[in-house]
Design a protein around this ligand. Sequence first.
Ligand code: AQP
Length: 327
Amino acid sequence: MKQIFSGVQPSGNFTLGNYIGAMKRFVDLQDEGNCIYSIVNLHSLTVPKEANELREYTLQLAAMYVSIGIDPKKSILFIQSQVPEHAELGWLMQCTGYIGELERMTQYKDKSAGKEIVTGGLLTYPALMAADILLYNTTHVPVGEDQKQHLEFTRDMAARFNKKYGETFVIPEPMIQEFGGRIMSLDDPTKKMSKSNPNAGSYIALLDEPSVIVKKIKRAVTDSEGTVRYDKENKPAVSNLLTIYSACSGESIDAIVARYEGRGYGDFKKDLAEVVVSALTPIQEEYKRWINSPELTDILKDGAERAHAVASTTMDKVRKNMGLVTF
Ligand code: AQP
């Protein structure tokens, strides 16, 4: 049986990239294994956050998880900071990893570039992520392509720890989709679609109004060729839009390309906007229902208890193997 773990940061404005690259898949995986999904609020602290904002985004993400179809009866859904073993194993992973390895991480380089203040947490983020995954005997980690390097680090940490202290951790496999693993910005197909991009036109937020979605897709960059076809290298912008179309409609890229043969980008974009709106409307309806539901707190409390039961068993083993005295 697969043991599946993944997390999303509560940093607001969840994008279609987060959804297609990771969250949409979380739902289907519920029938393939034991799933544990986390709201990784400790990771959000690696860049400055207001307390009120973090609190609000945490509950928004919880509501989003259940709105897309995470079923708390099938999966464990919990807030990272409510299971203290994450911070504890995170420290032990910092002491297992090397500064050089952490400094080589592309996300660290991208997010620290040109910043006046860079927290220590931004550098050691991958050690906490390794802890998140390893606590749950995880065999599979569904993530977007941007997390591939962090996953490699996690695997290295698990192997290094096992070699030094004896078999302790399962070595997890990344699950990265060939199509949709990296959704690109609408205004620049060389950049990842990202919720922290200051230009809101570069991403579609899961809670964007239909009229906003239509406008953003209309303005999305294409190319001068005028043909709807998939060619990631030479037509990255149109290929990105085709990937979004396919992920939101469930149709194959070939079928979509065949439909728009001999037609321009105008028709394609108009239909793409409809497809995205149809995919997001039911989620937005559910979200309105969940965001003010007191049931959400019960789901998170229960999730934290169930997660804690697994995490504490792993930590007992870790402490024992490392020589951290317990009585
Ligand atoms: N553009 C993307 N395409 C495919 N997958 C993506 N993911 C993020 N962006 C894309 C995947 O979404 C999951 C949750 O991401 P996260 O919120 O934990 O952090 P992130 O990767 O840093 O996402 P953002 O949107 O880019 O946030 P900011 O702007 O705050 O840095 C992960 O599995 C991620 O791979």
